[in-house]
Each structure stands twice: as structure tokens, then as C-alpha cells.
Design a protein around this ligand. Structure first.
Ligand code: CDP
Length: 694
């Protein structure tokens, strides 16, 4: 028998006092205070009114297609609405896919705050975590996991049934990347085997028809063999809970209705204040100059406070513009607020990406220079002005060259409208389009899905590695021409990634694990064979091919002659590849001033730095990613592959030091797991290196 509750002994009074004041208790109460504070703003989100509809829809259907403006609350609220549903069970998990790391991490952080739970691996009790390349932050009790599309596809390699999840939410489907299309196809197939799996497809554009047809087609096929019961209270049969007049629930035509009884659709109106749009009178070629001019016009002439969001094409344009804005800002008098210029692009290290979410200091205007990351994927608070160059870098398969290239292209009307909408999330705003109104009118309505414009060999290899036999019958939302699929199959056969029966070969499996196109992956694997044994050199060359051009472009004859002389020792008569290698080796050997060396040889210092960072990949590729571990908050290290705890061996010069991440040659187990022959690596290198090559 224990003591009656009212009797307090000296010992348990003391224990109680300690636990009340303990740091853990304080932290817990801070989390709860934050949760309660955020609840009010959650209730203001347009989607809050829809939570019953959403829960009911998934109680009665297997698939929910949810469309709603960016900022309406889809990504943050829907997983929370579903977590306590009986079908989700315990400890059923919900996966939410994101196209980008920055969104996956910031959403996980936000949802953890809203739920009053610690984030990811920081506590074993954490309910919300994330998983992005090289950074998995989850705990045994994680229930909601935000992960990049690539990571979900990786998880499917280990567990094709995704058995730990009760629900997969595919977010940002309007982006229509190949990864999204592949995931939709896999989920559609998986639902025929896993009747308990719910799928939510979320999109910022209202066009749900094609998604509905896509999922309906599969259900039709399945019902021929295994008829799904039509629930008696589903909308198709008149759900009394749902408002029949509610125009935002799309009705189905009779014929589709029968086959679509497992698909619900819902549209959430966004919160949008009016945005005034302004165009240029005459077209301009120089978007950097035009953006610079417009940024200062707004900053100096607009008395309204509010931050600027400037959509540029890519990293180089952003960095050039950042330099210019910062230079010009130095010349501003103290009559004007200060300017804080923040870049945002995928290859930017995480810590720098997260800066955009911090409020600007007093009397300062944030000027965020972004790629299309900020179009729909992340919500940046405080923005009132949008400047849109109307362009974006897109991957495009060039038939003649037989390879993918990144090309600067005009965006679509729907992208332009998304960009504009970013100015009106919190108050009325203004959007300056750096093109004419006629140019806007001539834009394509929607962007072409990536699957129709890129080389399909990587997508086909992804399918093969996950057990798809007949890739021509794999369900794709927009099926590419049969010839394009056949060409990809042929290419994989030529690379030795498939055997003559079309099955994936051992080499194909290795290539599928590399974040490279199959062709470059094959090159690396060839270089690593004992006959060739030139992996280090080949990786230097692959890195040069993956960054901006290392030899600076020169337009005049005179300049070209000068460059010939300056680079004489680096140029190889065999051609560019070996010349790149010579340049990298000479740069790496330079001990004193690498920047000067680069200037003297008319070589891009920045490109060289990227190449050097990417050289780290050679370590990675040698061990195929299994030999790197990152530091955890408690001082231990965890391997990327397998998430195993490992300590630095006492024989290492790094013993006792805490560094961000380590690379090691040996994994030994004595009284515990040790890494031996250890070197420091920076996560940023790995991230940038592999992202640049992806
Ligand atoms: O998915 P959707 O674009 O519909 O909206 P969301 O990402 O769920 O964002 C809803 C709101 O949550 C935003 O307007 C922000 O106020 C807030 N939010 C945030 O503060 N930090 C984030 N990382 C994400 C959202």
C-alpha cells in the first residue's frame, strides 16, 4: 500500500519542489504558453472553419484533394486536424511531403510550437519531426513528420508499404515536379494493397479535376477485382453533415460519382487583401538593373512600412543583386529606414535560410531576394511589396543534346499570380511586375509539368528501384509520350542499369542511390572500379560540370588572347574535362592566396570554391554515404545511414572535440561504437555539394 495522497513526507515534498522548479518543467510550461498564444492565430486561419469537413471527408474517403490559397493554413493545420482521428490510430504517423528542405524544417518547427511539443530529436517525447537530406530530426514518439519528397522516395526503398504511416499528405502538388508525380503514382498503387492508408493531396491552385480523375481511374480499375464498399454516409450518397449547397465542395457527375466514392475534394478560400499591380511601359532585358531601380523606388518613396520580396531567376542573379543593393544602401541618408538584404535559394545553408522568418530590427526594411522557393512553398511574414522579374530557371530536356539543362524561362500566369498574392497576405499590398501588361497576357496559363520537359531516365530508374515492373503502365498524372519513356529505358539499358529483361541490375541499384543523373552516376561507378581507379579525379570533373562555369567568359579577342596566356598551364589538348581537372588540382595546391590565383588565371573564384566544397563528395561516394555522422545536442554523433550512435575514438586527434559532423574510415565496436580515422566535415559542404549535383 502506498501513502495516502494527502500525507506528504519530507522526502516527497522535497521531490515535488525540485520537479516543479526543474528546467524541464519550466521548458514544458513555456511550450504550453506558446501553444496557447498561437491557438488564437490558428483560429483565424481560413482552414480552421473547415476542420470538421476535412475530418469527415477522410473518415468516409480514402483520398482528399484539398485546394486552397497559399497561407490558408493547409500545411500547418491539416496534419493536426487528423492526428486524433480513430483511423489514424496510435502510434499511427502522418507524413507530410514538401518540395524543399527549408519548408520541411520551418513547418515542423511551427507545428511543434503550435502543438506545444519539443521539436524532433531534441526530446524523446517530441511529437513533430522532420527528415531532409543529411538531417533527420525525429524521436521515437514522432507522430507528424515533415519530409522532402526525395526522402519519402528513399523511405520507400527500405519499406515499399510505408507501413509506419496511416496517412501521407502530399503538399504543393501544383508544382508538379517529377518527384511529386512519382509519389502520387506510388501512393495510388499502394492504396490497392493498404486499405488503411489515407492520402491527402494539397494544392495552391483550385484545379482539382485532373487529380480527381487520376485517383478515380485507379479506383475503377481496382473495383473490378476488389470492390470497395461505398460508405453509407459519404457525400456521394448525401451526407447530412455536409452542406449540400456549399459551393466549395465540388459535386461529381453521375458517372464519375460512382467510381469516385472514395475521393473527396475541398476548396478553402484564402485570406487575401487587395494587391495593386503595376507593369513596365516598355520591356527590359536587364532584370537586375530593373529590380535594383524598383527596390530603391519603393524603399525611398513608399511611406508604408512592410518588407519587399523580389523574385529573381537563381543564385547568381540574387548574389549580384544583393551586392548592388548593399552598395547603394550605404549611400542612403539617415532619413530613410535601413535595409536588410536577405537571399533565399535552395543551396543556401539552412541557418541563412531561416533568417528570412525573423522580424526585421527596428527602423529596418527586409529586402528578400528569392528564387521561386517563396512562390508557394514558404510564407514569409511582413511582406507588402512584391517585385517580380517574371522569370525562373527551369529544367528542360534538350532533345538535340540529349540532356537536361537549366534554362531561364518566362513563368506562367498562375506563377505570376501566386507571386503577386504574396504581397497581400497580411494587409493590402503592391506588386511591381518588371514586364509589360502585354507580356503578362501572353504568358502560358500554367507551367508545363516537369515530367513532360525533362530526361526521364532518373524517374524510370526510381520506379525500377522500387519494384515497378512495367513502367509504361505506371500511373502518372500526365503520362509523357511513350517514346520518351522508351528512350529512357534504352538509355538505362545502355548504361548497364537495366539488364536485357528490363530488370534493374546491381549497378542500377548503386546508381539509384546517388544524387546524380544516371549517366553521371554511371561515370562515377566506372571510375571507382579497380581497373579505372580514378574516382578522385573524376569527381573533381563532375563537380566542375555541376557548378557555374569555372573559366570566366570573355567577349573580346584581346581578352581571349590574354586568357590563353594566363591559363596556358592549365589547358589540356585533350579538351575541357582534363583542363577542368588541371585547374582544380592547381587551385587545390595553391597555398597562399587562392583568390589572387583565380584572378590571375581568369578563373571564377566562386565556382572554384563550390568545386572544392563538392570534392567532399568523393569521401561520400567512396563509402556511399554510410561513413558520415552528425553531432547531436547531447554531444554524441549519429550516423546518417542507420541513425546509429557513434563516438569519436580516443586515438583520434578529434577526441574530446565537438564538431558539426564527422567523416570516418572505420566503425569499430569495443565497449561501444567508435569511429576511427576521423575528419571534420561541415554539413554545409555536404548539403551544397550534393544539392548542386542533384
Ligand atoms: O499551407 P498553406 O500555404 O495553406 O498555409 P500554412 O503554411 O499552413 O501557413 C498558415 C500560416 O501559418 C501562415 O500564414 C503563417 O502565419 C503561419 N506559419 C508560420 O508562421 N511559420 C511557418 N513556417 C509556416 C506557417
Amino acid at each position: 500500500m502506498g501513502l495516502p495522497q494527502t500525507v506528504e513526507t519530507g522526502a516527497n515534498v522535497k521531490r515535488k519542489r525540485v520537479s516543479e522548479d526543474s528546467p524541464a518543467r519550466t521548458h514544458q510550461s513555456q511550450l504550453q504558453q506558446k501553444r496557447i498564444k498561437l491557438l488564437d492565430s490558428r483560429k483565424q486561419l481560413p482552414i480552421w472553419q473547415r476542420q470538421k469537413n476535412i475530418r469527415d471527408a477522410l473518415r468516409d474517403h480514402d483520398v482528399l484533394i484539398l485546394s486552397g490559397e497559399t497561407g490558408s493554413g493547409k500545411s500547418t493545420q491539416v496534419p493536426q486536424f487528423l492526428l486524433d482521428q480513430p483511423w489514424c490510430g496510435f502510434p499511427g504517423k502522418i507524413a507530410v511531403t514538401q518540395p524543399r528542405r527549408v519548408a520541411a524544417i520551418s513547418l515542423a518547427r511551427r507545428v511543434a510550437e503550435e502543438m506545444g511539443t519539443p521539436l524532433g530529436s531534441s526530446s524523446p517525447a517530441s511529437k513533430v519531426g522532420y527528415s531532409v537530406r543529411f538531417d533527420e530530426s525525429t524521436s521515437p514518439s514522432t507522430r507528424i513528420k515533415f519530409l522532402t519528397e526525395g526522402m519519402l522516395l528513399q523511405e520507400m526503398l527500405r519499406d515499399a508499404s510505408l507501413s509506419q504511416y496511416k496517412c501521407v499528405i502530399v503538399d504543393e502538388v501544383h508544382e508538379r515536379s517529377v518527384n511529386i508525380d512519382l509519389i502520387l503514382g506510388f501512393l495510388k498503387q499502394l492504396q490497392t494493397r493498404r486499405k488503411d492508408l489515407k492520402v491527402v493531396v494539397m494544392s495552391a491552385t483550385a484545379d482539382a479535376d485532373s487529380l480527381q480523375r487520376f485517383f478515380a481511374a485507379q479506383i475503377l480499375e481496382d473495383t473490378q477485382h476488389d470492390p470497395k464498399p461505398v460508405s453509407s454516409d459519404s457525400r456521394a450518397n448525401g451526407d447530412p453533415e455536409m452542406d449540400a449547397d456549399d459551393a466549395s465542395w465540388h459535386g461529381f457527375g453521375d458517372e464519375v460519382q460512382r467510381s469516385s466514392s472514395n475521393i473527396a475534394t475541398c476548396h478553402v478560400e484564402g485570406r487575401q487583401y487587395p494587391v495593386i499591380t503595376r507593369y513596365l511601359d516598355n520591356p527590359t532585358e536587364d532584370t537586375i538593373e530593373a529590380a535594383l531601380h524598383r527596390i530603391f523606388q519603393i524603399h525611398c518613396k513608399e511611406p508604408t512600412p512592410g518588407d519587399l520580396l523580389v523574385f529573381m531567376t537563381g543564385q547568381e542573379a540574387i548574389q549580384s543583386l544583393q551586392k548592388l543593393v548593399e552598395e547603394y544602401a550605404l549611400g542612403l541618408t539617415t532619413d530613410y529606414p535601413k535595409m536588410l538584404v536577405l537571399p533565399l535559394f535552395a543551396a543556401l545553408p539552412q541557418a541563412a535560410q531561416q533568417l528570412i522568418f525573423q522580424p526585421a530590427p527596428r527602423n529596418t526594411r527586409k529586402v528578400i531576394l528569392t528564387t521561386n522557393i517563396a512562390e508557394t512553398s514558404v510564407t514569409v511574414p511582413g511582406v507588402r511589396f512584391v517585385v517580380d522579374t517574371g522569370k525562373a530557371k527551369v529544367k528542360q530536356f534538350r532533345n538535340r543534346l540529349g540532356l537536361d539543362s537549366l534554362l531561364v524561362k518566362q513563368i506562367s500566369k498562375s506563377s505570376a499570380d501566386q507571386r503577386k498574392g504574396r504581397a497581400g497576405r497580411e494587409a493590402a499590398g503592391q506588386c511591381y511586375r518588371l514586364y509589360t501588361e502585354e507580356a503578362y497576357k501572353s504568358l502560358d496559363k500554367d507551367s508545363t509539368p516537369e515530367v513532360l520537359r525533362c530526361d526521364l531516365s532518373q524517374a524510370v530508374l526510381t520506379m525500377k528501384a522500387r519494384g515497378v515492373g512495367d513502367v509504361l503502365r505506371f500511373p502518372l498524372l500526365t503520362p509523357p509520350p511513350k517514346e520518351a519513356m522508351e528512350k529512357a529505358l534504352l538509355q538505362l539499358l545502355e548504361l548497364g542499369a537495366l539488364d536485357e529483361h528490363g530488370n534493374i541490375s546491381p549497378i542500377g541499384r548503386k546508381i539509384a542511390r546517388l544524387p546524380l543523373t544516371p549517366a553521371l552516376g554511371r561515370v562515377i561507378i566506372e571510375a571507382a572500379t579497380s581497373e579505372m581507379d580514378c574516382l578522385v579525379e573524376v569527381i573533381d570533373i563532375v563537380a566542375c560540370l555541376s557548378v557555374e562555369h569555372i573559366f570566366l567568359a570573355i567577349d573580346t579577342d584581346e581578352g581571349r588572347e590574354k586568357a590563353q596566356v594566363a591559363r596556358r598551364q592549365l589547358l589540356r589538348r585533350q579538351g575541357d574535362h582534363l583542363s577542368y581537372l588541371a585547374a582544380v588540382q592547381a587551385y587545390a595546391a595553391e597555398q597562399s592566396d587562392r583568390r589572387r590565383w583565380a584572378d590571375d588565371h581568369m578563373i571564377s573564384h566562386r565556382a572554384m570554391q563550390s568545386v572544392m566544397d563538392e570534392r567532399i563528395v568523393k569521401c561520400f561516394l567512396r563509402g556511399f554515404s554510410s561513413n558520415v555522422a552528425r553531432a547531436c545536442p547531447d554531444g554524441s554523433y549519429k550516423t546518417f545511414a542507420g541513425n546509429q550512435t557513434v563516438a569519436i575514438h580516443p586515438s583520434s586527434v578529434l577526441f574530446g572535440r565537438k564538431v558539426e559532423a564527422i567523416l570516418y574510415n572505420q566503425f569499430v565496436y569495443t565497449n561501444k561504437a567508435y569511429a576511427r580515422d576521423v575528419s571534420v566535415v561541415q554539413l554545409r559542404w555536404l548539403e551544397e555539394a550534393l544539392d548542386g549535383m542533384a
